[in-house]
Design a protein around this ligand. Structure first.
Ligand code: ADP
Length: 383
């Protein structure tokens, strides 16, 4: 059972010892006795008790009411007043400090304990309500942010589509085949960007509600990576080419061949986001590399670019939804991709690491543990 630590603030030592006895007999721990406001504040900071029993009249310039107010404001701890003074003015001042109880001296042990227990449970209940309210507030902020980021990100490609179609419609006969091709390409890219954005929004929705399924199945990793790169190079206006390499460490071909298992859908989110970021945040013509290192135990994906890099001050929040580093300037984005990547890596029980230097480049290293399932006879000998 956890103990309840109580700080007594009482400048009359005999009364303080009497209270201490009552509390100890009732099973509480008295962590200290303070005799003035300054000492009470110091001891509160040092021990952070569960509750403070506060005499209103204290020696020195600061009385118990003011001390209680400071404790409430700075430490958010429950304070119960214990005093012989109950004149109207004192009561009014004490009320403002939202005390958790008020006991008049002389008091009965039973009264003291009941008041302490009520104060502790009220404080606990209020803490839970405060947490729920904070969470609600965060969610509301997240929702507003979400709406503004997503609508902004939709508006750009929509405008590009509108602009291109209008030009094609109006100047059809005057435009060269090359210009027309350019506008059509722009429309295609914009549609793909919106569809990617929609996918991200849906995936974030699934991760937030804990509904993103994790279903690892045997996977041909090399082919999978090659397909993802081909898809990206075809679908995006790739201004960088992606080089693929692979190697293995301690990879044993087991007697009963087995196939590594990963969730394809999640792995697609991981690689697509990391690779398209690597391209997006690199200058035209720079290379992006995907390196795959696998063993029987795990698989490591390294996505390396020579792009704008990520400032150190932004690294800790990189995987938060909507967070974008301070150096993105006008490069478009929502700050959702890495948050999705992190969730997908977590579902695999893996890790993600980032090494980056501003204006030199960035490497993301994802390590996923592998499970192996024996191949069927047909699968084993079909290659
Ligand atoms: P975004 O849609 O903004 O690209 P992400 O969640 O994918 O969102 O990434 C979050 C932020 O991390 C980006 O806005 C960018 O600041 C930074 N970032 C991610 N990948 C890279 C990279 N390869 N190079 C530089 N910065 C990156």
């Amino acid at each position: 059972m956890s103990t309840t630590n109580i700080l007594i603030v009482e400048d009359e030592s005999i009364i303080a010892l009497d209270i201490q006895n009552s509390l100890v007999n009732a099973g509480y721990t008295v962590i200290a006795i303070a005799t003035c406001a300054e000492e009470a504040l110091d001891l509160t900071a040092q021990y952070v008790p569960n509750l403070v029993l506060m005499d209103i009249r204290l020696r020195g310039e600061i009385d118990g009411v003011e001390t209680a107010e400071k404790i409430r404001r700075e430490f958010n701890l429950p304070v119960v007043y214990l005093t012989a003074h109950a004149d109207e003015n004192t009561l009014q001042r004490a009320k403002i400090t939202e005390p958790f109880g008020y006991i008049l001296k002389p008091f009965e042990d039973r009264e003291l304990i009941t008041t302490i227990e009520i104060a502790l449970s009220r404080h606990k209940a209020e803490g839970a309500i405060r947490l729920a309210l904070e969470r609600e507030k965060e969610l509301n902020q997240l929702k507003s942010r979400f709406i503004s980021v997503v609508s902004h990100e939709f508006r750009n490609p929509l405008n590009a589509i509108l602009f291109s179609t209008e030009l094609l419609e109006r100047y059809d006969s005057e435009l060269s085949a090359e210009r027309k091709h350019g506008y059509l390409q722009r429309i295609k890219i914009s549609v793909r960007r919106m569809s990617q954005l929609l996918n991200d929004v849906l995936t974030i929705g699934e991760t937030e509600s804990g509904n993103l399924p994790f279903d690892p199945q045997p996977i041909d990793l090399l082919q999978f990576c090659k397909d993802i790169i081909d898809e990206l190079q075809l679908s995006q206006a790739m201004h960088c080419s992606i080089q693929f390499s692979h190697s293995h460490t301690n990879f044993l071909l087991l007697e009963n061949s087995s196939s590594p298992c990963l969730d394809e859908n999640l792995l697609r989110h991981i690689l697509t986001n990391l690779l398209s970021n690597a391209v997006k945040y690199s200058q035209q013509g720079k290379n992006v590399e995907l390196n795959l290192i696998y063993s029987n135990k795990d698989v490591v994906f390294r996505v390396q670019d020579c792009g704008i890099g990520i400032p150190i001050s932004d690294r800790s929040r990189l995987f938060d939804s909507f967070y974008r580093a301070s150096n993105v300037k006008t490069i478009p984005g929502t700050g959702l991709g890495l948050s999705i990547v992190k969730q997908c890596v977590d579902l695999h029980g893996g890790t993600i690491e980032v090494i980056s230097e501003v204006e030199i480049g960035t490497t993301f290293i994802v390590t996923l543990p592998l499970k192996h399932y024996p191949l069927t006879y047909e699968e084993n000998f079909s290659h």
